[in-house]
Design a protein around this ligand. Structure first.
Ligand SMILES: Nc1ncnc2c1ncn2[C@@H]1O[C@H](COP(=O)(O)OP(=O)(O)O)[C@@H](O)[C@H]1O
Ligand SMILES: [Mg+2]
Length: 339
């Protein structure tokens, strides 16, 4: 039981404690005189009762502070599970609630960090194991070093290199170490170049001949932002769209003007699409819907995480929507960024 928990401030609590003690002392002195107690008796009884009163009333007033210092020590040892009882309505209670929120946030960050390390190790281990197996066979003389084997080893090495480059990029973006070099550029040539480039490299890798069409409305639409970074976003989205399109499909890139001088870029395909419950999660690092297929197709699950960081650095937003009648539509809202 914490008797003063409901009082809204520490000052009021202290006032109540002192006031009650004074009342107890006065009452004892008065009653003592009436009942003929000696002066020392009155003083001792008053003192003892006042102390009992203070003990009772101030129960639980400072215990959250002690709990917090205990929990903080546990956190320093890496245990983020401790919480403080935060029932009082005063400043100590506020502090305890803030402390609990902080502890929960730290616990989340800690578990995200663990997940990330686990994911990164797993992603790196897969191509390394594949390489190692092939190399062992070559060294043992089980297989001869033919062109196909070497090409597959080169692909694994490229995949490793790409993964490490993306991880570095993501960590630079997240730490805010990349200043945006904002310029204004025309949307149409920019989108056409990025789409053509991506389609060409997709064709080289998987032989896919899915066409990419670009439409810009109004024709002279200008985009503001870091050209290199926005290019990275478009390439990622178009590459995803091409990879998920059926052979007979088509990918459409559309740009349109938005209110306030901003622009909207949409990339749509007619592949399997992204289920609504996964629409938010695909932007998380290493989150993939089709793990088996992406692993063989060289996907790292980092493309959309990087895209989201870039778009948010521009003050914009990105989301995945279902495309009508089928497929996925990625919508990027880019505000007009001041250079
Ligand atoms: N256009 C799309 N159609 C269907 N699923 C998609 C599309 N784009 C992305 N996804 C899903 O989102 C996941 C994350 O995408 P991304 O971060 O680019 O990783 P990656 O392409 O390396 O797998 C993909 O693995 C895929 O499951
Ligand atoms: Mg991708």
């Amino acid at each position: 039981m914490r008797p003063l928990d409901r009082l809204p401030s520490l000052k009021l609590k202290l006032g109540t404690v002192i006031f009650s003690a004074v009342v107890v002392v006065l009452a004892v002195l008065y009653v003592g005189i009436e009942t003929g107690m000696t002066r020392p008796q009155r003083y001792v009884v008053a003192l003892v009762l006042a102390m009992v009163m203070v003990q009772l009333l101030s129960r639980g007033m400072t215990s959250p502070l002690r709990e917090m210092s205990r929990a903080a020590k546990a956190m320093a040892r890496g245990d983020y599970s401790q919480r403080v009882r935060a029932t009082s309505q005063d400043e100590v209670g506020d502090l305890a609630r803030a402390f609990n929120t902080m502890a929960a946030d730290l616990a989340e960050v800690d578990s995200m960090r663990r997940d990330l390390v686990a994911n990164v190790s797993h992603e790196l281990r897969t191509p390394i194991s594949a390489l190692q197996a092939v190399l062992e066979n070559l060294v043992d003389g089980v297989t001869e070093p033919d062109a196909a084997t070497l090409a597959s080893m080169l692909r694994q090495t490229e995949r490793l290199g790409r993964l490490v480059a993306q991880l570095l990029d993501l960590s630079r973006l997240e730490s805010g170490a990349v200043p945006l070099e904002v310029t204004t550029f025309a949307a149409r040539p920019f989108l056409e170049a990025a789409s053509a480039e991506t389609a060409a490299s997709r064709r080289q890798v998987s032989g896919s001949a899915v066409p990419v069409t670009v439409s810009v409305e109004p024709a002279g639409l200008a985009l503001t932002g870091d050209l290199e970074r926005v290019h990275q976003v478009v390439v990622n989205l178009v590459d995803n769209a091409l990879r998920h399109s059926p052979a007979s499909g088509a990918v459409a890139v559309r740009a349109s003007a938005a209110a306030g001088g901003g622009a909207r870029i949409e990339v749509s395909d007619d592949g399997p699409g992204i289920p609504a419950e996964e629409a938010g999660r695909v932007f998380e690092r290493f989150h993939r819907l089709d793990t088996a297929r992406s692993a063989s197709g060289g996907g790292s699950g980092l493309g959309l995480a990087i895209a989201r960081w870039i778009v948010e650095l521009h003050g914009g937003a990105i989301r995945a929507e279902p495309n009508v009648p089928t497929g996925c539509r990625m919508v990027v809202d880019l505000p007009k960024v001041a250079p």
